[in-house]
Ligand binder design. Structure first.
Ligand code: ZN
Length: 481
């Protein structure tokens, strides 16, 4: 049996181990750096997460589209701040066959420019608004920092980008709130805890008025950005000279927002619900929800009875609409099978031996708590349904409690520094609102600012630890991915 990795004390290695052990994602062997391969089990997890995202957007009136992968350099350069923010990480296609291209083509790093370009043809009047498009595609970024599987990639394979158009600033602000609500729903249904922050001015999306970000704290105390929402204002519509007719018959540039989620949502799902045995799948997402492990014992008669009982239980579960697998590999011992399915996070394991066959029961083992119980077969569908609910609630609560325990609010910069440098998590300190003080704190804490809590939290009575003036809110710092 291969050794396991410690989830909390050795998280980065644990993550590599679980991706390999559970055959989720093959990383580092494909001969292009920063690009990984989704394996069948991982692809099933990814597919269900993508379905969840689609559903949350579709129900809110978003329409799915598919834009070309290539963006001409001329389009990408239209918005100055935007290209400045992406220039050093764009992959360029420079040749078609042997011929150099007249205009270089970028592998999309994101699609604000190409989508705005086409919206200019499609949208003429306020009557068509609000308009909400999204696509789920690969994006490419030539990352120069050390790459990490699913976390820092050169090909992000699961980039959900939504792009919306509005006839007023107020409506674009309403859209930002809707996007935040949709994201909360998505992360909540995966039991992923999050902190919502307004990013500091210097760390907003290139070309946006402001950025709201969802972050989570990974088991090693480092923060991972898992989703962003940008109010783009009129920056892109102005440079594309994209105007619409308003209700008072005048013409003006419409307002836009965009918001994205990446492969990191899967990395987070696998990581926050982990333990030393592997990952634990949220039942609604689990590719296999129940695994049946026959326990062979006794003579031929017992074995026949076990086989028959396994078939009966399988039928009951399939009729209940569950995703079930019977692990009847003869060459593998039950203990090794337990280990195998625990690493993959299958929420419920059923052990069936001669006694279970005799008594028309199963031994049910929950993956999250490893608790065992004996369940009569006739009660199995309802019991499993209840156990799934309990597993989901337990995982979600455990992950939230864990994240909350890793946030420290303090007015003392020394204390904040200790917290962050020991990789305990996020430190929140009072802030006067001055960007220079925030930047000085980044230096002092040797950490990155995540920005201020969203919605804004009052810090009346506290003082900015840098300048001593009254604080207007709190500001968050952490070591980040
Ligand atoms: Zn200050």
């Amino acid at each position: 049996m291969v050794s396991r990795e410690r989830w909390e004390s050795n998280y980065p290695r644990w993550f590599d181990w679980v991706l390999e052990e559970a055959e989720i994602y093959d990383y580092g062997r494909y001969p292009v750096k920063g690009m990984g391969v989704w394996m069948p089990y991982g692809f099933q997890i990814r597919r269900r997460v993508v379905e969840l995202i689609r559903d949350a957007l579709d129900r809110r009136g978003h329409e799915e589209v598919l834009f070309p992968l290539l963006i001409p350099e001329t389009l990408l350069r239209v918005e100055k701040e935007h290209i400045k923010g992406f220039e050093d990480e764009v992959y360029w296609v420079t040749h078609g066959g042997l011929e150099p291209l007249d205009i270089k083509l970028a592998l999309r790093p994101t699609s604000e420019t190409s989508i705005t370009f086409m919206e200019n043809y499609w949208i003429k009047s306020y009557r068509q608004l609000p308009k909400k498009y999204y696509q789920i595609v690969s994006i490419f970024r030539y990352e120069t920092k050390a790459t990490r599987p699913m976390i820092r990639l050169r090909e992000v394979t699961t980039f959900k980008e939504a792009h919306t158009v509005h006839d007023s600033f107020e409506d674009s602000e309403r859209q930002v709130l809707e996007a935040i609500e949709a994201y909360k729903e998505i992360y909540d249904s995966l039991g992923i805890p999050y902190l919502i922050s307004k990013r500091p001015e210097w760390d907003k999306f290139p070309g946006a008025l402001y950025t709201i970000a969802f972050d989570t704290i990974m088991p090693d105390g480092r923060v991972l950005q898992i989703g962003t929402v940008h109010n783009l204002g009129q920056n892109f519509t102005k440079v594309f000279d994209f105007k619409i007719q308003l209700s008072d018959e005048s013409h003006d540039y419409p307002w836009q927002t965009s918001y994205g989620i990446s492969d990191r949502i899967v990395a987070t799902l696998i990581s926050v619900h982990g333990d030393d045995r592997g990952t634990v799948m949220i039942p609604s997402i689990a590719p296999i929800q129940v695994v049946i492990v026959p326990i062979p014992a006794g003579g031929d008669e017992d074995r026949v009875a076990v086989t028959r009982h396994v078939a009966r239980v399988l039928k009951v579960l399939e009729e209940a609409g569950l995703r079930v697998r019977v692990d009847d590999r003869e060459e593998v011992r039950p203990g090794a099978k337990f280990y195998y399915w625990e690493a993959r996070g299958v929420p419920v394991r059923l052990e069936i031996g001669p006694r279970e066959a005799r008594e028309d029961t199963v031994t049910l083992v929950r993956r999250d708590t490893l608790e065992k119980s004996i369940v009569p077969v006739e009660e199995l569908p309802s019991t499993i349904k209840r156990v799934f609910e309990e597993i989901y609630e337990n995982l979600k609560e455990r992950a939230w409690n864990y994240m909350r325990s890793r946030i420290k609010r303090t007015e003392n910069l020394g204390e904040a520094k200790e917290w962050v440098s020991q990789r305990r998590g996020v430190a929140e300190v009072p802030w006067c609102g001055n960007d220079e003080c925030a930047a000085r704190m980044e230096d002092e804490l040797e950490a990155k600012s995540l920005g201020t809590p969203w919605p804004r939290e009052d810090a009346t009575g506290s003082r900015c630890p840098i300048c001593g003036r009254d604080a207007v809110t709190w500001i968050r710092y952490a070591k980040t991915y």
